[in-house]
Design a protein around this ligand. Structure first.
Ligand SMILES: Nc1ncnc2c1ncn2[C@@H]1O[C@H](COP(=O)(O)OP(=O)(O)O)[C@@H](O)[C@H]1O
Ligand SMILES: N[C@@H](CCOP(=O)(O)O)C(=O)O
Length: 326
């Protein structure tokens, strides 16, 4: 085998759908996971951080599995791996933790064997696994992505996030698996609802591409998934109905939820008012939630030097110490 023996990757979490762009639109957020992968004699995991407590530490681990998919695709054998990971992306909250793990694991594995797979191949493999391209596209390419998946290939366009765009996420304390939130969706829609969503998703994509923040409120509405998921997230309907009166440009369920995300103009003076409105509304419905201001992340998964110059023995924990901001 050729290539380096150890790789390190930093990968962002993401918000998907952004209202009307179900399984299509995604935006990378300034919330990250770090992965180190090395060839080993025996498979070992070092998982750090609160979010990693429930994650498998054997060969059923998602990162290990996606690494083996990359090796199979490239025709190489690396059966034993030492995997270290730290993540600040909450699990099963609608902030793309599974997509970040898939992309981070694939990019790290590809780098370990000299990067034989290109980004398009990694995107297709990741989408086939996640079943929708929105979160994996955002974690791989960064910024805002619009993507279409035909069952074997995903076409994607990347949009640079508008300069003044900021986001507020309100993260309920309860978990909601994406698989469960997808089961709540209907098998069919009316033509009127399909047109409602196609028009708004197109308008939102154009508005984000052109920096037309004034159109975001009208464009972020949805009739395809949010109405059906609302019963799973107490307080969601009231937050979606009221957030624009407290300074949000637009508001949506983040991915499959339960996190809610408001898009906000960086110059908006009512930031505290909006944060209090969203958290208090959830609390009034019996839901405790944490809030965080996050920026769109302009870069996707990036390789970090595995042996930074002058720091050849830098440990994974030393590396993330200089990186983690939460
Ligand atoms: N770092 C990780 N390592 C292994 N598995 C992970 C990791 N991050 C997420 N997962 C898997 O993804 C699941 C969450 O995915 P999902 O229900 O799609 O929610 P979301 O992607 O919105 O956080 C977790 O329960 C876990 O099985
Ligand atoms: N388009 C998907 C997005 C799921 O995102 P996640 O972050 O909740 O996994 C959906 O809406 O089901």
């Amino acid at each position: 085998m050729t290539g380096i023996r150890k790789s390190r990757v930093k990968v962002p979490g993401s918000t998907a759908n952004m209202g009307p762009g179900f399984d299509t639109l995604g935006m990378a957020l300034s919330l990250y996971a770090w992965i180190e992968m090395a060839e080993a004699e025996e498979t070992l995991f070092h998982l750090h951080g609160e979010e990693m407590k429930s994650v498998a530490q054997d060969k059923s681990n998602l990162i290990y599995k996606v690494a083996q998919m990359v090796f199979d695709e490239a025709g190489v054998s690396v059966p034993e791996l030492e995997i270290s990971m730290y993540s600040e992306i909450p699990l099963t909250r609608g902030l793309g933790s599974s997509a970040s793990a898939i992309i981070g694991g694939m990019v790290a594995a590809n780098a370990l064997i000299g990067s034989p797979l290109d980004e398009a191949k990694i995107f297709d493999m990741a989408t086939a696994l996640e079943k929708h391209p929105d979160n994996v596209g955002a974690s791989l390419f960064g910024g805002i992505i619009a993507a279409a998946w035909d069952g074997s290939h995903a076409d994607v366009i990347r949009i640079e996030p508008p300069e003044d765009l900021d986001t507020l996420v309100v993260i309920p304390e309860f978990e909601l698996a994406t698989s469960k939130a997808r089961q709540a969706l209907p098998a069919e829609l009316t033509m009127a609802d399909a047109v409602y969503n196609v028009s708004r998703s197109s308008l939102l994509t154009g508005a984000l591409a052109c920096g037309r923040l004034d159109l975001i409120g009208a464009a972020m509405r949805d009739r395809l998934h949010q109405p059906y998921r609302a019963p799973l997230v107490p307080g969601m309907e009231a937050v979606l109905a009221g957030a624009t009166q407290h300074g949000a440009l637009g508001v949506a369920l983040s991915g499959a939820g339960p996190t809610l995300i408001a898009l906000v103009d960086r110059k908006e003076p009512r930031r505290n008012e909006l944060e209090a409105f969203m958290k208090d509304t959830m609390a009034a419905h019996g839901i405790q939630a944490a809030s965080r201001w996050l920026s769109p992340c302009r870069s996707g998964a990036v390789l970090l030097p595995a042996s930074p110059e002058g720091m050849q023995n830098q440990s994974f924990l030393d590396m993330i110490k200089g990186e983690v901001h939460s």
